[in-house]
Design a protein around this ligand. Structure first.
Ligand code: NOJ
Ligand code: CA
Length: 671
């Protein structure tokens, strides 16, 4: 049996093709499964009382000690009195092409162990625990097939644990703080309270783990709570009534995932979460397009304009045309306009049910604006702020997206500014998860792409619905306009790539080039201008906003990087990375032979020597570098940017000198 299993692994290692390679199921009693490269191993064990535990090891050392699996439901419990019926092993190896992303091809290669179980609790329940082991981590989930004994299921708790073998340093945010708009703090795992995932942990100098989930559908988001020592238990976001999930058979829970890698750079390159999501459900996807956009946005956050009607209303026909002209002249695809519709006058976040998503304000001539935009080859990006009133929004979804369709508005930014949805439920509850999914699926029917603010934490469903382009779910650039604490500290942007960004694209909206006249007085981006440029490359989003007011881009040579930086990539490389300290990313454009580099640091300066060995050895290139000026410093002198051009080839290195709170950006083009 062991030999047969090894043979399956060997074959799967050889097979890398565009078509899936699936071996037939093999029945076995062994409850062990290893990764295709043999380095990560998972064991499922049953104790004498019938409780189920799993362990994870890597290179033979324990990563996860004995940890429970199971579900506590009103109607029954599983993982408590288990009887193993069958253990089935299989392997899978496929390379697939995402509609957009950080690379044009993704390999999905794993060994699967499906453990089929029956349990008397108090009725006889049949279910399976399914493990998939990749070279860079694991995923597992519970599956309860249709069966006679069960009708509806009320999940009160998931028993899933992650008992870490070491007390590592974790970068976390609290589980229920304002839709994840918080600064990640490092702390020992044993000192954590209840936090949300992704939870990134440095276990040792050569072992980094990130716990999260994949394919969250009609279920509650998973948070993590320290039970004792380094034992984390899952804590599902509850409904206001206390239950976690209302469901029925057949049930497949979201995947519980763990990226397990040697170094921080590899966290960023793991595609395990995407691989655990279902393939694209949208038949023809040619309408789904990565874009760069500008918007009537920063002006409201900076109080130059208002969302509501009045003398400085931002969303006017003339102002929008001005933005459309600028977009057209500078190669931007879209213009976001907030405050275009009825509902903003008054306390909009408390009275979200007053929002209309079809009725423009009188000074916003939507027919003329969309006609003008089409003439200029630019698209209007719609905005649906709901104030968390999802019932009001759902009642208008079809008419709102039908209007978009008719006017050629192919992207909509949504928003949910309110601590509770409909005054009652948390964003990350099953209630919220159902709503967000409804919006994405309805938008897809009308060929509309979504940029979702105040979301539930992403889990990779953009593989299935690639019209879900990007989401917020982090403390973004808006805090640099008005946050009383002065804006996002330099550490924040070198931490989020290793935490929130592991969950998927972020609409952080960098690109502020003018820090003058702040309100409140000390609030502004806490970084140099060169770092603002680099963030547009480092923080991946297929919809990338250059967030400043357009007048702040006039006459600024460094703006060239923002207006050229693509949003869809053939390849991504991470030459250097240290969580909370520094990060350099190189990406190859999908539509040309150009490479782009972004490098960022925290409040310390950083000297990076980036080998360009990823360039094609048959060509010579020119690197245009946007670097911090010699005296630049994020606190006292954020503006100086030096732009230089040097010849480079695959044997060259780029010496990047990053100021305190600084950055560097580069475009490398074939000569
Ligand atoms: C919060 C969003 O994150 C921001 O981008 C938007 O401008 C405001 N809500 C208003 O909808
Ligand atoms: Ca927000």
């Amino acid at each position: 049996m062991k030999h047969l299993f090894l043979a399956v692994i060997a074959i799967s290692l050889i097979a890398t093709s565009m078509s899936p390679f699936l071996t037939s199921c093999v029945k076995s009693e062994a409850m062990t499964v290893v990764s295709p490269n043999g380095k990560i191993s998972v064991d499922l064990k049953k104790d004498s009382s019938g409780k189920l535990y799993y362990t994870v090891s890597r290179h033979g050392s324990s990563i996860i000690d004995s940890s429970r699996v199971g579900l506590e439901c009103k109607e029954f419990r599983i993982g408590n009195n288990a009887e193993i019926k069958a253990v089935k092993h299989s392997s899978f190896d496929e390379t697939w092409r995402p509609v957009w992303g950080e690379e044009s091809e993704i390999r999905n290669n794993y060994n699967e162990m499906r453990v089929e179980i029956s349990e008397l609790s108090p009725k006889m329940i049949e279910y399976a625990v399914v493990f998939r082991i990749f070279d860079d981590g694991i995923g597992f989930r519970y599956e309860i097939p249709e069966q006679e004994n069960i009708d509806s299921i009320t999940i009160m708790d998931e028993l899933t644990e992650f008992s870490l073998a070491e007390d590592g340093v974790a970068w976390s945010i609290p589980w229920n703080h304002e839709y994840y708009e918080h600064l990640y703090e490092p702390s020992l795992v044993s000192r954590l309270d209840t936090v949300c995932s992704p939870l990134t942990i440095k276990m040792t100098d050569s072992c980094y783990v990130a716990i999260h989930e994949a394919a969250l559908k009609d279920y509650a988001a998973m948070n993590l709570r320290v039970a004792d020592g380094t034992r984390l238990t899952s804590y599902l976001t509850p409904w206001s009534t206390g239950e976690k999930v209302f469901t029925k058979c057949p049930l497949c829970t979201p995947w519980r995932t763990m990226i397990i890698v040697d170094k921080p750079a590899d966290l960023l390159l793991s595609r395990l979460m995407l691989n655990l999501n279902e393939p694209c459900a949208i038949e023809s996807t040619e309408w789904i397009k990565p874009q760069r956009y500008i918007g009537i946005w920063w002006a409201m956050h900076r109080k130059v304009n208002t969302w509501e009607q009045g003398p400085i209303h931002g969303a006017t026909t003339d102002n929008t045309k001005r933005y459309i002209d600028f977009a057209s002249e500078n190669g931007y695809d879209g213009v976001l306009v907030e405050g275009w519709n009825h509902g903003w006058d008054g306390d909009w976040s408390a009275e979200g049910d007053k929002f209309s998503f079809t009725k423009p304000y009188p000074d916003f001539d939507i027919e003329e604006i969309t006609r003008y935009a089409a003439e200029k080859g630019v698209k209007l990006i719609g905005h649906h702020e709901t104030g968390g009133a999802t019932i009001n929004y759902e009642n208008q979804l079809d008419s709102a997206f039908a209007l978009c369709s008719r006017l050629g508005i192919s992207t909509v930014k949504t928003g949910y500014v309110n601590l509770l949805l409909d005054g009652k439920e948390l964003h990350s509850s099953q209630y919220g998860v159902r709503h967000y999914r409804n919006v994405i699926e309805t938008a897809a029917k009308y060929n509309v792409m979504i940029d979702n603010h105040e979301p539930v934490m992403p889990t990779g469903i953009q593989r299935t619905y690639p019209n879900l382009m990007t989401q917020e779910g982090l403390r973004g650039c808006e805090y640099d306009a008005w946050s009383a604490d002065g804006g996002n500290p330099p550490e924040h942007t070198v931490t989020i790539p290793f935490t929130r960004c592991l969950a998927g694209p972020v609409d952080y909206t960098p690109g502020i080039l003018n820090y003058e006249n702040p309100v409140p007085p000390y609030t502004r981006p806490q970084c140099t201008i060169a770092k603002q440029l680099a963030l547009a490359l480092v923080l991946y989003s297929p919809l990338q906003m250059s967030a400043d007011m357009i007048e702040n881009y006039e006459g600024r040579p460094e703006f060239e990087f923002l207006r050229r930086c693509p949003t869809n990539w053939a390849k991504t490389i991470v030459p250097e990375a240290r969580i909370g300290e520094f990060l350099t990313i190189a990406r190859k454009d999908i539509g040309s032979d150009d490479w782009y580099i972004g490098s960022i640091t925290n409040s310390n300066s950083h000297q990076g020597k980036i080998k360009l060995d990823f360039l094609d050895p048959n060509y010579e290139y020119t690197a245009t570098i946007f670097a911090d000026g010699p005296d630049a410093d994020y606190k006292d002198n954020p503006y100086p940017v030096v732009i230089s051009e040097i010849p480079v080839k695959h044997t060259s290195s780029l010496n990047l000198n990053l100021a305190k709170g600084g950055g560097a950006a580069a475009i490398i083009s074939k000569k």
